[in-house]
Design a protein around this ligand. Structure first.
Ligand SMILES: Cc1ncc(COP(=O)(O)O)c(C=O)c1O
Length: 387
């Protein structure tokens, strides 16, 4: 057996519906398959390769660390881990960072923080409110946090202790808080997997105020929205709030597995030695990569992200075959008249890689995608959606 598709299908667990494309190399936002065909990448490995493929600065930072030490357990100190935590705290105002290896792990940490925060106050079995149509990960606990039955079925029983409110319906959250003992409210500012739906500012501010009044932790899941994606360093910054905890992953380390849970003043001392851990968490190579990403997300880049977002929205909003454009920054959902599967196939055939979220086309290009690549890709989308 020499065909990579056959080998993969035979030996890799059958949990993904892969497109029949074998990606072998790339540069910036251009990716090449094994036949030498080039694609403009509007997916970034689902929002991971924040500065594209083979980004020089990221590569140099990672290689420099590879030449020093690739791993040290969390029994010891390493410079990249400490410096990354400092950088994240200084840029956000959070006080402590726990490092894991994925978005789900970052959320697991946030959930443990919330539960222990309540336990420390003598409150046992407090519940966590999440939103219907949310997505928080694939572990049994983050699946429980995910407010979509479709992901729950076949895996019951899930971790108990979650309640589901309705996005943009503050009263539904107030009712749950009044009728239950609640230690946290956890949500995405823009529901990514749920269809790139940005929540209303009034709703998020209402939840923030409610959390403050009731001493409930506000946890914002920034796994997909974080690290510059929405035109701010973190999406909550678009809403004039300060959460108690945020979680992030995906673009954080530019393509290396890393998740982080950032904890604010209220709960900064909730976790103590032995309460949580991860063998690979804070790995020095991933941390070195992340420093090279986070240190470059400055006002100039954020302005560029907004300009590129405006460009995409303006071009697509009125295009024939497009019903609506949602999202923020370079996290956009496009509702098309044609089925999204058909649009994705056309795009792939014509050299553009994109994503879907529910029935929408989803765009998560590299934050520094070249304007010329973006223009070509947007023109291809316009051709793809035309009826
Ligand atoms: C908002 C959100 N939270 C959590 C996750 C889970 O992240 P991971 O796949 O890295 O565990 C995702 C992944 O898509 C996500 O979009």
């Amino acid at each position: 057996m020499s065909n990579i598709f056959d080998i993969d299908k035979t030996y890799v667990a059958n949990t993904y519906n892969r497109f029949p494309v074998d990606l072998v190399s790339g540069n910036g936002s251009i990716i090449k398959d094994n036949n030498g065909k080039e694609y403009i990448d509007l997916g970034s490995g689902i929002g991971v390769t924040a500065f594209g493929i083979q980004d020089e600065e990221w590569k140099n930072a990672v290689i420099a660390q590879l030449n020093k030490i690739q791993h040290a357990s969390n029994l010891y100190y390493t410079e990249p881990c400490a410096n990354l935590a400092k950088l994240l705290c200084e840029k956000t105002g959070f006080k402590k960072v726990f490092f894991g290896n994925s978005g789900a792990e970052a959320n697991e940490c946030a959930i443990k923080v919330a539960r222990k925060y309540a336990e420390d106050k003598g409150i046992h079995g407090a519940k966590i409110i999440t939103l219907k149509n949310s997505f928080h990960g694939r572990t049994l606990t983050t699946l429980a946090a995910t407010g979509q039955d479709v992901f729950h079925k076949d895996f019951l029983p899930l971790t108990e202790g979650f309640l589901y409110g309705e996005a943009n319906n503050l009263q539904s959250i107030i009712d749950l808080v009044e009728n239950n003992t609640v230690c946290a409210i956890m949500m995405e500012c823009i529901q990514g997997e749920g269809g790139v739906i940005a929540l209303n500012k009034d709703f998020i501010q209402g939840v923030y105020k409610l959390c403050q009044e009731k001493d409930i932790l506000l946890v914002i899941d920034e796994v997909q929205t974080g690290n510059g994606r929405t035109g701010k360093l973190y999406a909550y910054m678009n809403y004039d709030i300060m959460p108690d905890v945020i979680t992030t992953a995906k673009g954080l380390a530019g393509g290396l597995p890393m998740g982080a849970c950032l904890i604010g003043e209220k709960a900064q001392n909730t976790l103590g030695a032995g309460n949580h851990g991860s063998t690979f968490g804070g790995n020095p190579i991933a941390a070195a990569g992340a420093i090279s990403i986070i240190s470059r997300i400055n006002d100039e880049l954020l302005d560029e992200i907004k300009q590129k977002s405006n460009y995409i929205c303006e071009k697509l909003k009125n295009a024939d075959g497009i019903l609506s454009v949602s999202g923020m920054g370079l996290m956009l959902g496009v509702e098309t008249k044609k089925p999204v599967k058909e649009v994705l196939s056309y795009l792939m055939e014509h050299g553009v890689l994109a994503l879907s979220a529910k029935t929408k086309l989803r765009l998560l290009p590299a934050l520094n995608i070249k304007m010329s690549d973006l223009e070509k890709a947007v023109d291809t989308i316009i051709a793809a959606v035309k009826e």
